[in-house]
Design a protein around this ligand. Structure first.
Ligand SMILES: Nc1ncnc2c1ncn2[C@@H]1O[C@H](COP(=O)(O)OP(=O)(O)O)[C@@H](O)[C@H]1O
Ligand SMILES: [Mg+2]
Length: 380
Protein backbone atom coordinates (compact mmCIF):
# COMPACT_ATOMS: atom_id res chain seq x y z
CA UNK A 1 0.00 0.00 0.00
CA UNK A 2 1.05 3.53 -0.77
CA UNK A 3 0.89 4.94 2.79
CA UNK A 4 1.98 1.80 4.62
CA UNK A 5 0.63 -1.55 5.69
CA UNK A 6 -1.18 -3.26 8.51
CA UNK A 7 0.96 -5.96 10.07
CA UNK A 8 -0.36 -8.63 12.38
CA UNK A 9 1.60 -8.68 15.65
CA UNK A 10 2.37 -11.80 17.67
CA UNK A 11 -0.10 -10.60 20.29
CA UNK A 12 -2.83 -10.89 17.69
CA UNK A 13 -3.68 -7.26 16.85
CA UNK A 14 -2.86 -5.49 13.60
CA UNK A 15 -0.67 -2.38 13.74
CA UNK A 16 0.00 0.06 10.95
CA UNK A 17 3.55 0.51 9.67
CA UNK A 18 3.76 3.75 7.67
CA UNK A 19 5.66 3.88 4.39
CA UNK A 20 8.38 6.56 4.32
CA UNK A 21 7.68 10.08 3.02
CA UNK A 22 7.48 11.43 0.35
CA UNK A 23 4.67 9.20 -0.92
CA UNK A 24 5.16 6.88 -3.86
CA UNK A 25 3.63 7.26 -6.38
CA UNK A 26 4.02 11.00 -5.84
CA UNK A 27 1.13 13.32 -5.02
CA UNK A 28 -1.13 13.71 -8.05
CA UNK A 29 -1.42 17.45 -8.48
CA UNK A 30 -4.76 17.53 -10.27
CA UNK A 31 -6.57 20.78 -11.14
CA UNK A 32 -8.41 20.96 -7.82
CA UNK A 33 -5.34 20.34 -5.69
CA UNK A 34 -3.36 22.88 -7.70
CA UNK A 35 -6.07 25.47 -7.25
CA UNK A 36 -6.41 24.84 -3.50
CA UNK A 37 -2.65 25.08 -3.08
CA UNK A 38 -2.50 28.33 -4.93
CA UNK A 39 -5.44 29.80 -2.98
CA UNK A 40 -4.00 28.72 0.35
CA UNK A 41 -0.61 30.16 -0.56
CA UNK A 42 -2.15 33.42 -1.60
CA UNK A 43 -4.28 33.71 1.55
CA UNK A 44 -1.32 32.87 3.74
CA UNK A 45 0.75 35.52 1.96
CA UNK A 46 -1.89 38.11 2.66
CA UNK A 47 -2.06 37.08 6.29
CA UNK A 48 1.68 37.42 6.57
CA UNK A 49 1.49 40.82 4.93
CA UNK A 50 -0.82 41.97 7.71
CA UNK A 51 2.10 42.04 10.11
CA UNK A 52 3.64 44.80 8.05
CA UNK A 53 0.55 47.03 8.04
CA UNK A 54 -0.31 46.54 11.70
CA UNK A 55 1.79 48.65 14.04
CA UNK A 56 3.26 46.72 16.95
CA UNK A 57 2.26 43.38 15.47
CA UNK A 58 3.93 41.51 18.28
CA UNK A 59 1.32 42.95 20.64
CA UNK A 60 -1.56 41.09 19.11
CA UNK A 61 0.32 37.97 18.00
CA UNK A 62 0.04 36.61 21.53
CA UNK A 63 -3.74 36.58 21.23
CA UNK A 64 -3.54 34.58 18.01
CA UNK A 65 -1.26 32.11 19.74
CA UNK A 66 -3.55 31.79 22.75
CA UNK A 67 -6.51 31.38 20.45
CA UNK A 68 -4.82 28.57 18.55
CA UNK A 69 -3.76 26.98 21.85
CA UNK A 70 -7.32 26.96 23.14
CA UNK A 71 -8.78 25.52 19.96
CA UNK A 72 -6.07 22.93 19.45
CA UNK A 73 -6.53 21.76 23.02
CA UNK A 74 -10.30 21.67 22.63
CA UNK A 75 -10.13 19.24 19.72
CA UNK A 76 -9.58 16.38 22.12
CA UNK A 77 -11.88 17.63 24.82
CA UNK A 78 -10.08 20.26 26.91
CA UNK A 79 -12.80 22.51 28.29
CA UNK A 80 -10.86 25.72 28.95
CA UNK A 81 -11.72 28.89 27.08
CA UNK A 82 -9.71 31.91 26.04
CA UNK A 83 -10.97 33.81 29.06
CA UNK A 84 -9.87 31.02 31.41
CA UNK A 85 -6.38 31.29 29.98
CA UNK A 86 -6.23 35.07 30.31
CA UNK A 87 -7.45 34.87 33.86
CA UNK A 88 -4.96 32.15 34.65
CA UNK A 89 -2.13 34.29 33.35
CA UNK A 90 -3.36 37.26 35.32
CA UNK A 91 -3.36 35.62 38.71
CA UNK A 92 -1.89 32.20 38.57
CA UNK A 93 -2.18 31.69 42.28
CA UNK A 94 -4.98 31.36 44.75
CA UNK A 95 -7.92 31.18 42.42
CA UNK A 96 -9.86 28.12 41.45
CA UNK A 97 -8.97 27.32 37.88
CA UNK A 98 -10.47 24.74 35.60
CA UNK A 99 -7.88 22.02 35.75
CA UNK A 100 -7.05 21.93 32.08
CA UNK A 101 -6.28 25.60 31.72
CA UNK A 102 -2.70 24.76 32.56
CA UNK A 103 -2.53 22.56 29.49
CA UNK A 104 -3.55 25.44 27.28
CA UNK A 105 -1.06 27.70 28.97
CA UNK A 106 1.60 25.04 28.33
CA UNK A 107 0.61 24.99 24.67
CA UNK A 108 1.38 28.69 24.43
CA UNK A 109 4.73 28.15 26.11
CA UNK A 110 5.52 25.24 23.77
CA UNK A 111 4.72 27.35 20.74
CA UNK A 112 6.93 30.20 21.90
CA UNK A 113 9.71 27.87 22.95
CA UNK A 114 9.68 26.05 19.63
CA UNK A 115 9.72 29.24 17.59
CA UNK A 116 12.67 30.53 19.57
CA UNK A 117 14.57 27.27 19.29
CA UNK A 118 14.11 27.23 15.54
CA UNK A 119 16.59 30.07 15.34
CA UNK A 120 19.33 27.70 16.41
CA UNK A 121 17.99 24.19 15.88
CA UNK A 122 16.58 22.50 12.79
CA UNK A 123 13.04 21.15 12.88
CA UNK A 124 14.11 17.83 14.37
CA UNK A 125 13.13 14.99 16.66
CA UNK A 126 15.04 16.72 19.41
CA UNK A 127 12.93 19.84 19.02
CA UNK A 128 9.77 17.73 18.91
CA UNK A 129 10.68 16.12 22.22
CA UNK A 130 11.42 19.50 23.79
CA UNK A 131 8.05 20.79 22.65
CA UNK A 132 6.32 17.75 24.06
CA UNK A 133 8.10 18.15 27.36
CA UNK A 134 6.91 21.75 27.68
CA UNK A 135 3.41 20.78 26.62
CA UNK A 136 2.93 18.15 29.29
CA UNK A 137 5.03 19.69 32.02
CA UNK A 138 3.39 19.57 35.41
CA UNK A 139 0.19 18.20 33.99
CA UNK A 140 -1.19 15.48 36.18
CA UNK A 141 -2.06 12.07 34.88
CA UNK A 142 -0.42 8.70 34.61
CA UNK A 143 1.63 7.60 31.62
CA UNK A 144 2.34 11.06 30.33
CA UNK A 145 6.15 10.81 30.13
CA UNK A 146 6.79 14.38 28.96
CA UNK A 147 9.52 14.68 26.34
CA UNK A 148 9.85 10.94 25.76
CA UNK A 149 8.78 8.82 22.85
CA UNK A 150 6.59 5.95 23.93
CA UNK A 151 7.90 2.58 25.00
CA UNK A 152 4.61 0.77 24.80
CA UNK A 153 1.94 0.16 22.23
CA UNK A 154 -0.88 2.73 22.07
CA UNK A 155 -4.11 2.85 20.10
CA UNK A 156 -6.74 5.31 18.95
CA UNK A 157 -10.46 4.89 19.29
CA UNK A 158 -13.54 5.60 21.39
CA UNK A 159 -13.12 5.80 25.16
CA UNK A 160 -12.67 2.39 26.76
CA UNK A 161 -11.89 0.62 23.52
CA UNK A 162 -9.13 -1.99 23.55
CA UNK A 163 -6.27 -2.85 21.24
CA UNK A 164 -8.57 -5.37 19.62
CA UNK A 165 -11.44 -2.94 19.07
CA UNK A 166 -9.39 0.21 18.34
CA UNK A 167 -10.11 2.42 15.33
CA UNK A 168 -6.44 2.59 14.60
CA UNK A 169 -3.26 1.04 16.00
CA UNK A 170 -0.07 3.05 15.29
CA UNK A 171 3.26 1.29 14.71
CA UNK A 172 4.65 -0.93 17.47
CA UNK A 173 7.53 0.40 19.54
CA UNK A 174 10.24 -1.33 17.51
CA UNK A 175 9.07 0.41 14.34
CA UNK A 176 8.74 3.94 15.69
CA UNK A 177 12.37 4.87 15.45
CA UNK A 178 12.71 4.22 11.76
CA UNK A 179 9.45 5.97 10.98
CA UNK A 180 10.52 9.00 13.00
CA UNK A 181 13.98 9.12 11.44
CA UNK A 182 12.33 9.24 8.03
CA UNK A 183 9.92 11.96 9.16
CA UNK A 184 12.81 14.03 10.47
CA UNK A 185 14.58 13.75 7.16
CA UNK A 186 11.41 14.71 5.35
CA UNK A 187 10.91 17.78 7.57
CA UNK A 188 14.34 19.00 6.55
CA UNK A 189 13.81 18.34 2.85
CA UNK A 190 13.19 21.73 1.27
CA UNK A 191 13.08 20.58 -2.32
CA UNK A 192 10.55 17.86 -3.00
CA UNK A 193 7.25 19.62 -2.29
CA UNK A 194 5.94 23.14 -1.73
CA UNK A 195 5.97 23.94 1.98
CA UNK A 196 2.19 23.74 2.40
CA UNK A 197 2.01 20.28 0.88
CA UNK A 198 4.90 19.28 3.09
CA UNK A 199 3.04 20.58 6.16
CA UNK A 200 0.02 18.47 5.30
CA UNK A 201 2.07 15.35 4.67
CA UNK A 202 4.17 15.76 7.80
CA UNK A 203 1.21 16.40 10.08
CA UNK A 204 -0.67 13.33 8.90
CA UNK A 205 2.43 11.15 9.11
CA UNK A 206 3.09 12.36 12.64
CA UNK A 207 -0.45 11.46 13.70
CA UNK A 208 -0.06 8.05 12.10
CA UNK A 209 3.16 7.34 13.98
CA UNK A 210 1.59 8.66 17.20
CA UNK A 211 5.01 8.58 18.90
CA UNK A 212 3.88 9.84 22.30
CA UNK A 213 1.46 8.41 24.83
CA UNK A 214 -0.46 11.68 24.80
CA UNK A 215 -0.26 15.07 23.14
CA UNK A 216 0.22 13.74 19.61
CA UNK A 217 -2.56 15.86 18.17
CA UNK A 218 -1.25 19.06 19.70
CA UNK A 219 2.42 18.46 18.87
CA UNK A 220 1.44 17.51 15.33
CA UNK A 221 -0.49 20.75 14.93
CA UNK A 222 2.38 22.78 16.35
CA UNK A 223 4.62 21.23 13.71
CA UNK A 224 2.56 22.92 11.01
CA UNK A 225 3.16 26.38 12.46
CA UNK A 226 6.84 25.65 13.05
CA UNK A 227 7.35 24.61 9.47
CA UNK A 228 5.56 27.71 8.15
CA UNK A 229 7.56 30.05 10.35
CA UNK A 230 10.87 28.30 9.81
CA UNK A 231 10.47 28.52 6.03
CA UNK A 232 9.67 32.20 6.30
CA UNK A 233 6.13 31.77 4.95
CA UNK A 234 4.88 33.41 8.12
CA UNK A 235 6.92 35.84 10.18
CA UNK A 236 4.64 35.28 13.18
CA UNK A 237 2.46 32.35 14.27
CA UNK A 238 -0.81 33.82 13.06
CA UNK A 239 -2.52 30.78 11.61
CA UNK A 240 -5.14 29.32 13.92
CA UNK A 241 -5.77 26.20 11.84
CA UNK A 242 -7.28 24.36 14.81
CA UNK A 243 -10.35 26.52 14.34
CA UNK A 244 -11.01 24.64 11.12
CA UNK A 245 -9.88 21.25 12.39
CA UNK A 246 -12.13 21.51 15.42
CA UNK A 247 -15.13 22.52 13.36
CA UNK A 248 -14.52 19.65 10.92
CA UNK A 249 -13.24 17.18 13.44
CA UNK A 250 -15.02 14.10 12.10
CA UNK A 251 -13.81 14.80 8.61
CA UNK A 252 -10.31 15.50 9.93
CA UNK A 253 -10.17 12.03 11.46
CA UNK A 254 -11.81 10.37 8.45
CA UNK A 255 -9.32 11.89 6.03
CA UNK A 256 -6.45 10.72 8.18
CA UNK A 257 -7.92 7.22 8.19
CA UNK A 258 -8.34 7.28 4.41
CA UNK A 259 -4.61 7.91 4.00
CA UNK A 260 -3.86 4.77 5.99
CA UNK A 261 -6.60 2.59 4.56
CA UNK A 262 -6.69 3.72 0.94
CA UNK A 263 -3.39 5.54 0.47
CA UNK A 264 -5.49 8.61 -0.25
CA UNK A 265 -3.06 11.43 0.43
CA UNK A 266 -4.72 13.74 -2.10
CA UNK A 267 -8.10 14.01 -0.34
CA UNK A 268 -6.40 14.76 2.94
CA UNK A 269 -4.27 17.45 1.29
CA UNK A 270 -7.32 19.05 -0.30
CA UNK A 271 -9.07 19.12 3.04
CA UNK A 272 -5.97 20.56 4.70
CA UNK A 273 -5.33 23.25 2.08
CA UNK A 274 -8.96 24.30 2.10
CA UNK A 275 -8.59 24.85 5.84
CA UNK A 276 -5.39 26.84 5.48
CA UNK A 277 -7.12 29.10 2.95
CA UNK A 278 -10.25 29.60 5.05
CA UNK A 279 -8.42 30.21 8.28
CA UNK A 280 -5.92 32.57 6.69
CA UNK A 281 -8.70 34.69 5.26
CA UNK A 282 -10.47 34.76 8.60
CA UNK A 283 -7.27 35.65 10.47
CA UNK A 284 -6.56 38.45 8.01
CA UNK A 285 -10.06 39.80 8.56
CA UNK A 286 -9.53 39.64 12.32
CA UNK A 287 -6.35 41.66 11.91
CA UNK A 288 -8.17 44.29 9.90
CA UNK A 289 -10.77 44.60 12.65
CA UNK A 290 -8.04 44.87 15.25
CA UNK A 291 -6.54 47.75 13.33
CA UNK A 292 -9.89 49.52 13.12
CA UNK A 293 -10.53 49.03 16.81
CA UNK A 294 -7.14 50.39 17.68
CA UNK A 295 -7.64 53.48 15.56
CA UNK A 296 -11.07 54.08 17.04
CA UNK A 297 -9.82 53.85 20.61
CA UNK A 298 -6.72 55.88 19.90
CA UNK A 299 -8.95 58.67 18.64
CA UNK A 300 -11.15 58.38 21.70
CA UNK A 301 -8.12 58.68 23.95
CA UNK A 302 -6.81 61.69 22.05
CA UNK A 303 -10.14 63.39 22.66
CA UNK A 304 -10.87 62.39 26.19
CA UNK A 305 -7.96 60.94 28.16
CA UNK A 306 -6.48 63.11 30.89
CA UNK A 307 -3.01 61.61 30.64
CA UNK A 308 -2.18 60.85 27.01
CA UNK A 309 1.05 58.99 27.64
CA UNK A 310 -0.37 56.64 30.25
CA UNK A 311 -3.54 56.09 28.26
CA UNK A 312 -1.53 55.22 25.15
CA UNK A 313 0.59 52.76 27.09
CA UNK A 314 -2.46 51.09 28.57
CA UNK A 315 -4.25 50.81 25.26
CA UNK A 316 -1.27 49.09 23.66
CA UNK A 317 -0.91 46.83 26.66
CA UNK A 318 -4.54 45.73 26.34
CA UNK A 319 -3.87 44.33 22.89
CA UNK A 320 -1.32 42.03 24.44
CA UNK A 321 -3.11 41.42 27.72
CA UNK A 322 -6.83 42.04 27.30
CA UNK A 323 -7.61 41.07 30.86
CA UNK A 324 -5.95 43.14 33.58
CA UNK A 325 -6.22 44.26 37.16
CA UNK A 326 -4.97 47.47 38.73
CA UNK A 327 -1.73 45.93 39.88
CA UNK A 328 -0.78 44.76 36.39
CA UNK A 329 -1.46 48.20 34.99
CA UNK A 330 0.57 49.78 37.77
CA UNK A 331 3.51 47.54 36.81
CA UNK A 332 3.19 48.01 33.11
CA UNK A 333 2.53 51.75 32.94
CA UNK A 334 5.00 52.29 35.79
CA UNK A 335 2.77 54.59 37.73
CA UNK A 336 1.31 54.70 41.22
CA UNK A 337 -1.46 52.29 42.18
CA UNK A 338 -4.00 55.12 42.50
CA UNK A 339 -3.04 56.45 39.08
CA UNK A 340 -3.50 53.00 37.52
CA UNK A 341 -6.83 52.71 39.31
CA UNK A 342 -8.00 56.06 37.93
CA UNK A 343 -6.77 55.22 34.46
CA UNK A 344 -8.74 51.99 34.37
CA UNK A 345 -11.85 53.74 35.66
CA UNK A 346 -11.50 56.31 32.92
CA UNK A 347 -11.17 53.53 30.32
CA UNK A 348 -14.31 52.02 31.77
CA UNK A 349 -16.19 55.31 31.48
CA UNK A 350 -15.05 55.63 27.88
CA UNK A 351 -16.45 52.19 27.20
CA UNK A 352 -13.08 50.70 26.30
CA UNK A 353 -12.90 48.16 29.12
CA UNK A 354 -15.53 46.51 31.25
CA UNK A 355 -15.21 45.51 34.87
CA UNK A 356 -16.00 41.85 35.13
CA UNK A 357 -15.64 41.11 38.83
CA UNK A 358 -17.37 42.77 41.68
CA UNK A 359 -15.66 43.47 44.98
CA UNK A 360 -13.16 46.16 45.75
CA UNK A 361 -10.11 44.02 46.29
CA UNK A 362 -9.21 42.44 43.02
CA UNK A 363 -11.16 44.14 40.32
CA UNK A 364 -10.65 42.65 36.90
CA UNK A 365 -11.15 44.50 33.64
CA UNK A 366 -11.64 43.09 30.18
CA UNK A 367 -10.99 44.71 26.86
CA UNK A 368 -14.24 43.19 25.63
CA UNK A 369 -14.50 44.59 22.09
CA UNK A 370 -11.09 43.09 21.38
CA UNK A 371 -11.90 39.74 22.95
CA UNK A 372 -15.07 39.65 20.90
CA UNK A 373 -12.98 39.57 17.72
CA UNK A 374 -11.80 36.12 18.70
CA UNK A 375 -15.21 34.89 19.72
CA UNK A 376 -16.85 33.85 16.47
CA UNK A 377 -14.14 31.24 16.30
CA UNK A 378 -15.27 29.65 19.55
CA UNK A 379 -17.29 26.84 18.09
CA UNK A 380 -18.89 24.75 20.74
N1 LIG B 1 -8.72 7.98 13.56
C1 LIG B 1 -8.44 8.93 14.43
N2 LIG B 1 -9.31 9.25 15.37
C2 LIG B 1 -9.00 10.20 16.27
N3 LIG B 1 -7.86 10.91 16.31
C3 LIG B 1 -6.95 10.64 15.39
C4 LIG B 1 -7.18 9.64 14.44
N4 LIG B 1 -6.12 9.57 13.70
C5 LIG B 1 -5.26 10.47 14.18
N5 LIG B 1 -5.74 11.13 15.19
C6 LIG B 1 -5.00 12.21 15.85
O1 LIG B 1 -4.78 11.91 17.21
C7 LIG B 1 -4.96 13.08 17.99
C8 LIG B 1 -5.26 12.71 19.42
O2 LIG B 1 -4.11 12.10 19.99
P1 LIG B 1 -3.56 12.48 21.43
O3 LIG B 1 -2.24 11.83 21.64
O4 LIG B 1 -4.60 12.27 22.48
O5 LIG B 1 -3.31 14.05 21.23
P2 LIG B 1 -3.77 15.24 22.17
O6 LIG B 1 -3.58 14.79 23.59
O7 LIG B 1 -2.88 16.37 21.79
O8 LIG B 1 -5.18 15.51 21.82
C9 LIG B 1 -6.04 13.83 17.25
O9 LIG B 1 -6.04 15.22 17.50
C10 LIG B 1 -5.70 13.56 15.80
O10 LIG B 1 -4.75 14.49 15.34
MG1 LIG C 1 -4.92 13.36 24.52
Amino acid sequence: MRAGKYVKQVEGYRAFIPAPLPPLPPIAMDAELTRLLSEADHALGRLDGVTSILPNSDLFVSMYVRHEAVLSSQIEGTQSTLEDVLQFEMDAKGQEHPKDVEQVFNYVRSMNHGLKRLNSLPLSLRLIREIHEKLLQGVRGANRTPGEFRRSQNWIGPANCTLATATFVPPPVHDIQEALANLEKFLQDEKTYPTLIQCGLAHAQFETIHPFLDGNGRVGRLLITFLLCQRGILKFPLLYLSHYLKFHRAEYYDRLMAIRNDGNWESWLKFFLKGVGEVSRSATETARKILELRQKHQALIRDKASNQTNAGLLLDYLFEQPMVNVRLVEDHVKCAFVTADKLLKQFEELGIVKEVTGGRRNRRYEYSPYLALFEPAEIN
